[in-house]
Write a protein that binds this ligand. Structure first.
Ligand code: NAD
Length: 666
């Protein structure tokens, strides 16, 4: 499913900006509301946002004023404002952004189902309502999906792609690809109240709200203190004023209703909303008026403790989200970065990464104390206990929620580093931010591979990413542009020779794909003997979108793995596919929960590294010959050769003697 034209229903706070985002990605969009004045408000907002962005580019001298003026008209020319459904008969993707009431949503979905082509995906920007209930108003519930932007939509990069009960895998993939096409960061999740980011934020901030009301604390001191503690980009009361108290209250009430006492409804906020004091949107008065607090409380907070409770509670909610299968560890932290403004570069760490850095044993102990002090809502989640029991204590121990490199001592290449664990090697890709493949990354991977081959007793190599959010996003385009014809040819030849060896050498190679594996990243994984993927991983061959051709085996290994038809489709279309689609097509051997990926890949490495070395090498070498006759001849030769070895005698003897074989590789 491809999106050539989109529509947005509802031109309010969200709709106008969503239409702007789509038009700014050069996709025509219909913007519909009930009355022309609302449509005009949406169009004005789109103009204002686009102009602001372009003014910024003129100020930075990236565009001239004339270019900016032309671009403004070009973007706005792609938005077709309307009060009826006339321009909607040929759209491919609709985003409903009407008021948050299920009866309105259902009516809109019923109308859309009658007026849009059968292939069109119908998405909702709902913050809290059921996608499945909206789907039920249509004859295409498989094509109904949540597509949740964050306010302000033109700025916040996150889109939560939410699967209803009947939403198809294909719809999720198409929505994810569309999100990337409009330059947003998608995460996927199941339909659970609050989805991911609002749920975690509300659970955490609820502790601050509760402490404020129970202790009569000063909101100004809280806002200043909590911000200084680096747990959020802005104080919670100031943030509420900015987003609109009615919206925040609505979400808080909804979550309290859904999950009970672990969520908190702030009484003071409720009263402000009853009085129509909604913050910025109602003219400025909310928790603050002209910078002065409007609700009682002047006691000094213990900001450090409040920040700690905030972080602990966020972690509890994250674990529950993983345990319930709503979203993966990676998508949770990505979501909190892209949707809640947690930016590690500014010292604002997303919750799971933060817990890993603190140490999961330390966090568990703190949660036990908080539970004793504040009750069940701080009860340590089962997942956390399990990780601690496994000795996965976080960053310092090499693994917590995410896996971290512990490279061998001694000199190491810069962008790929080697860690050896007994008879297994781990090649860590360490080239932030995206592990893109530059000539030096290929050199470093070659160096590590040579060391692995030379290492005594090492029989398996697992390729892992040191970056929790990406496996390898493909070639380093910038460094490619510096290659001339000869150096380009040398580079590709060297890379292909090394990747060939991954499949043909005596060492078993396993790719542990934790996130995006695009282009060169997908090709590195395909060159390995096995691919274990995290649930939230994604694969793709997007070279065609850059007007280039795969260079590391994409046109050869992909058809061998998944068949020529599907491979041609992936190489010609350039869209990404999810880990479960990749599994369905045979591109990956296993899909596991994100937080189990590293252990699973090591488990496979350990199993294969323990197999009879000569038999293993022979099976790798002769498998999948292009011609059956030649393949069978190779197999006959290999069978005869390996049958004569000590290992064959040992294997058969051990089998008959009911004991474990001891291989010598002879
Ligand atoms: P809003 O009230 O500002 O805008 C809704 C618009 O929809 C209005 O202009 C209204 O005239 C129009 N409308 C009503 N019925 C319609 C119909 N049948 N057909 C076409 N248009 C219709 O609301 P909003 O804040 O933009 O929220 C829209 C949706 O986005 C809600 O589901 C909300 O939960 C969600 N959301 C809001 C925010 C936020 O911060 N405001 C953030 C994320 C998601």
């Amino acid at each position: 499913m491809f999106v050539f034209k989109a529509a947005v229903i509802g031109a309010g706070t969200m709709g106008g900006e969503i239409a702007q985002v789509i038009a700014n990605a050069d996709i025509p969009v219909v913007l519909k509301d009930l009355e022309q004045k609302f449509v005009d408000q949406g169009l004005d907002r789109a103009r204002e946002v686009t102009k602001g962005q372009l003014d910024g580019m003129v100020a930075k001298e990236k565009l001239t004023q004339e270019q900016a003026d032309a671009r403004l008209e070009e973007v706005l020319g792609r938005i077709d404002g309307t009060t009826d459904y006339s321009g909607i008969g040929d759209v491919d993707f609709v985003i409903e952004a009407a008021p948050e009431r299920i009866e309105i949503k259902q009516q809109v979905f019923d109308e859309l189902d009658q007026r849009t082509p059968g292939h069109a995906i119908l998405a909702s920007n709902t913050s809290s309502l059921s996608i499945s209930e909206m789907g039920a108003a249509t004859l295409r519930p498989d094509k109904v999906v949540g597509f949740h932007f964050f306010y302000p939509a033109s700025v916040m990069p996150l889109v939560e792609v939410i699967a209803g009960e009947l939403t198809s895998e294909e719809t999720i993939s198409a929505a994810t690809n569309f999100a990337r096409a409009i330059r947003k960061q998608p995460i996927t999740c199941a339909e659970a109240p609050g989805f991911v980011v609002n749920r975690i934020l509300n659970s955490a901030v609820g502790e601050v709200w509760r402490a404020q009301e129970e202790g009569g604390l000063s909101i100004k001191a809280i806002d200043e203190g909590v911000t200084a503690q680096n747990v959020a980009p802005m104080g919670p009361f100031m943030l509420a004023d900015m987003l609109g108290l009615d919206t925040i209250l609505h979400v808080a009430q909804h979550l309290r209703q859904a999950y009970g006492d672990r969520f908190y409804e702030h009484e003071g906020m409720r009263k402000l909303v009853e009085d129509g004091k909604l913050g910025a949107k109602s003219g400025g008065e909310g928790f603050y008026k002209n910078g002065e607090p409007q609700i009682g409380g002047d006691a000094e907070p213990d900001a450090e403790r409040l920040a700690e409770l905030f972080s602990l509670k966020a972690l509890v909610e994250c674990c529950l989200i993983i345990e319930e299968g709503v979203a993966s560890a990676k998508d949770i932290d990505l979501g909190m970065m892209a949707g809640a403004g947690l930016d590690p570069r500014r010292g604002l760490l997303p919750p799971l990464m933060k817990a890993d850095l603190t140490g999961l044993d330390v966090v568990l102990e703190k949660l036990e104390q908080a539970e004793a002090e504040h009750g069940e809502r701080f009860a340590p989640p089962r997942l956390l206990r399990r990780l601690v029991a496994q000795g996965r204590l976080g960053h310092r121990d090499g693994q917590g929620f995410f896996a971290y490199p512990r490279p061998d001592n001694g000199e190491q290449p810069e962008t790929v580093q080697l860690e050896t664990r007994e008879n297994m090697a781990i090649a860590w890709l360490m080239h932030p931010p995206m592990n893109s493949l530059s000539p030096s990354v290929i050199d470093d991977l070659s160096t590590v591979w040579e060391r692995v081959k030379a290492a005594e007793g090492v029989q398996a190599m697992v390729i892992c990413s040191s970056i929790p959010f990406v496996f390898c996003a493909g070639a380093d385009i910038k460094s490619f542009t510096k290659l001339d014809e000869q150096s380009g040819d040398e580079f590709v030849t060297k890379a292909q020779a090394m990747l060939n060896e991954f499949g043909e050498g005596d060492v078993v190679t396993i790719a542990a794909v934790n996130g995006l594996a695009f282009g060169g990243g997908c090709e590195v994984s395909m060159a390995c003997d096995m691919r274990i993927a995290a649930e939230s991983a994604a694969f793709g061959q997007p070279e065609i979108n850059l007007g280039i051709v795969p260079g590391f085996g994409g046109t050869q290994r992909l058809p061998r793995l998944i068949g020529p038809e599907k491979a041609l489709e992936m190489n010609l279309v350039g869209d990404e596919i999810s880990a479960s689609e990749a599994f369905e097509h045979g591109l990956v051997n296993r899909v596991v929960p994100d937080h189990e990926l590293f252990d699973s890949a090591l488990g496979w490495g350990r199993k294969l590294a323990g197999q009879a070395p000569l038999a293993l090498a022979a099976i790798k070498r002769i498998s999948n010959a292009p011609h059956l006759d030649k393949g069978l001849q190779d197999e006959k030769d290999a069978f005869a050769e390996v049958f004569q070895t000590d290992d064959a005698r040992e294997g058969i003897g051990a089998f008959l003697g009911k004991r474990k074989a001891r291989w010598t590789g002879k």
